[in-house]
Design a protein around this ligand. Structure first.
Ligand SMILES: Cc1ncc(COP(=O)(O)O)c(C=O)c1O
Length: 378
């Protein structure tokens, strides 16, 4: 029989699935996978329950109007960005579909796409399936900033776009305005697009504020901004994401979306629409809750002798591996001997072997889960 798609043949099972399976086999506490082990707020789940009557048929492909309207309102009130409800906002099946539809809509075979590594794993798969050529640029540990000369060299006549993610998974870094300005200057100079993955936009700590890169001068129509209700409301299984982009780019993305997922779960869209209208009161609570979990876990592992890298945002924290042990071996060792699962960093890289020096813990877990893990790590 003939072979399946050759690009797909090169894909492996994701590291999250591998480590979760190993964690389950060893009955380890899973601080690997990036989602809470508790439900999102009851009031949002109640909103969903209430929207199950009369809202059960296909939603419009671009998303229900109340949700697009709430998205438009929060971009305006939080960031001063104006997106047209009808032509510049598209609801997707989570940020993952948003990434995929964007790549298929914008990339022609042979186009180069710059990815800052370590990167979220779906970027590479989406770029490759669209026929694009990933061009990795390594963020330098432990600050995880880029070397401007190296980034400059990565841009060329074939560059179609660059992936950018802040707050950043897996490092927990929040990029500075100066770093974003440097990237923006290159994007404008080389007339390219930028995909900005902002799924952790509301999860910044220590008074840091998220700044969408689309707000920088000259960037509004070059940026495809992606976010996720699953992350913002701690309801990752809902898979309600969205894209804000210029009319031209939104149109192209919608052409892919209509033949892929077509439309997204109708009742949950209504619930997220309502939840987004309450961000002003919700976000401070959300940041406080996750900030406390971060402090509890980080203080705990520091006491155990680990030397974590400061997590400025997201719900992840990196820990260096001990000398002479690589990330994958260290993760396996922690699962087997301490019954605590984490994620090795090397699968987040395609060029550098820097990832061998770090593992990632997720602290979006109940305090008792984190306390048990800390006891095990003694
Ligand atoms: C950086 C980043 N982008 C995108 C996603 C996917 O988000 P969603 O669950 O909305 O598809 C995740 C999920 O872990 C992520 O960490």
């Amino acid at each position: 029989m003939k072979e399946v798609n050759t690009t797909v043949q090169s894909f492996k099972e994701s590291i999250f699935a591998t480590m979760s399976a190993l964690a389950a086999k060893n009955e380890a506490i899973n601080l690997g996978q990036g989602f809470p082990d508790f439900d999102g707020p009851l009031w949002i789940r109640d909103l969903a329950r209430n929207s199950f009557d009369g809202k059960n048929q296909y939603a419009p492909a671009m998303g229900v109007r109340p949700l697009r309207s709430s998205i438009s309102n929060y971009y305006k009130s939080f960031y001063g960005l104006d997106f047209d409800i009808d032509s510049q906002i598209t609801v997707t099946n989570g940020a993952t579909e948003a990434i995929f539809s964007t790549c298929l809509a914008l990339i022609n075979p042979g186009d180069e796409v710059i990815v800052l590594e370590p990167f979220y794993d779906s970027y590479l798969a989406a770029i490759k399936l669209a026929g694009g050529i990933p061009v990795p640029v390594t963020l330098k540990a432990p600050e995880f900033s880029f070397d401007l000369k190296e980034l400059e060299k990565a841009f060329g006549p074939k560059t179609k776009m660059i992936f950018f993610n802040s707050p950043h998974n897996p490092t927990g870094k929040v990029f500075s305005k100066e770093e974003m300005q440097s990237i923006s200057r290159l994007v404008i100079k080389h007339d390219t697009y930028l995909v900005s993955d902002e799924v952790y936009e509301f999860l910044t700590f220590d008074g840091l504020k998220h700044l969408p890169i689309a707000t920088l001068e000259g960037m509004r129509d070059r940026v495809i901004t992606i976010s996720s209700g699953g992350k913002t409301f701690g309801l990752t299984g809902w898979k309600i994401g969205w894209i804000t982009a210029s009319e031209k780019l939104s149109h192209a993305i919608r052409m892919v979306h209509q033949f892929n997922t077509f439309s997204v779960c109708t009742p949950l869209q209504y619930a997220v629409a309502e939840a987004l209208s309450k961000l002003d009161s919700y976000v401070p609570e959300f940041v406080k809750q996750y900030g406390e979990l971060r402090d509890f876990f980080i203080e705990g592992i520091v006491e155990k002798g680990f030397k974590p890298i400061k997590s400025e945002g997201t719900y992840f924290v990196l820990v260096p591996t001990p000398n002479g042990i690589t990330d994958i071996d260290y993760c396996s060792e922690l699962i087997k001997t301490k019954k605590v699962a984490s994620i090795p960093l090397s699968p987040f890289y395609s060029k550098s072997n820097e990832g061998e020096n770090y593992i990632r813990f997720c602290f979006a877990k109940k305090k008792e889960t984190l306390a048990k893990a800390l006891m095990n790590l003694s």
